[in-house]
Ligand binder design. Sequence first.
Ligand code: ZN
Ligand code: ZN
Ligand code: FE
Length: 316
Amino acid sequence: MELRWDPIMRQWIIVSGARGKRPLLPKGYCPFCPGSEEVPKGDWTVISLPNKFPSLSPNPPLPSKSDRLYRTCPARGICEVIIYTPKHDATLADLNVENIKAVIDLWTERFIDLGRLDYIKYVFIFENKGRIIGVTLDHPHGQIYAFPFIPTIIRRELKSSKRYWKRTGRCLFCRIIEKEKEDGRRVICENDGFICFLPFFAHWPYGVHIYPKRHVTALPDLNEEEKMMLASLLKKVLRKFDNLFNMSFPYMMVLHQRPTDGREYPHYHFHIEFYPPYREKGKVKYFASVEMGAGTVTFDYTPEMKAKELRESPES
Ligand code: ZN
Ligand code: ZN
Ligand code: FE
């Protein structure tokens, strides 16, 4: 386990030789169900656990030899699992708003605790949902990777928002929210605290973003009422997903928050992004050569069309 620097793309790669050997679970056994040794005894609603097959570790092995071109670094960090509920067959969308709020509270707590560690520069909270994404455990859960560096996509967002902030004195994301509200065609749903839309420049057919309307850079900046509003909106969005094709909708969901490297990022704006791998019912959206090899997204519809589908999909 080590970090290797890609000098061409200028980013760290996490190399973990042992993780590929993680065992396939016996059929019918779930390590996240009550009664398993991995979860606490007694009642719980939502819990975090260390990831049993982490790709980052607080005490990583010494990396292989580093030179000026081929740099390596210890894979120091923390990988956790967040189990959303004891119910094996539920999904985040099935939880009631109070329980989703409890998930958000735990995200917030883990962001603070992990972010406080001196070697953690970025706390990345996410969920991979569905077999099609490659999830091996059906029990509803998300994950956290606490990185010793700021990941590439976050760096890019920080750079563009800082540039906009310097040039105009305004938040790039706040401006995008204004633009989306003005236009309205890509807005999926909103409440007093949060708004969900498919951006003008969406990358995935159903790749919605959720933003707090107030300019905050991370979860700990939200008050209790706002966290309830986030829970409520999140549930509506997830319901719309499930109702769209009448299935438990697979997705990748990521939280984009400020880094935890001790610097100030007043120009950043917390948000949640989804990358669902469908483009129509029964049709998978592949990120293929043009996306992966040229870094150019092809959107085979218009975001206005796809937003309309989601807006009209029932939210309960
Ligand atoms: Zn289970
Ligand atoms: Zn903002
Ligand atoms: Fe983002």
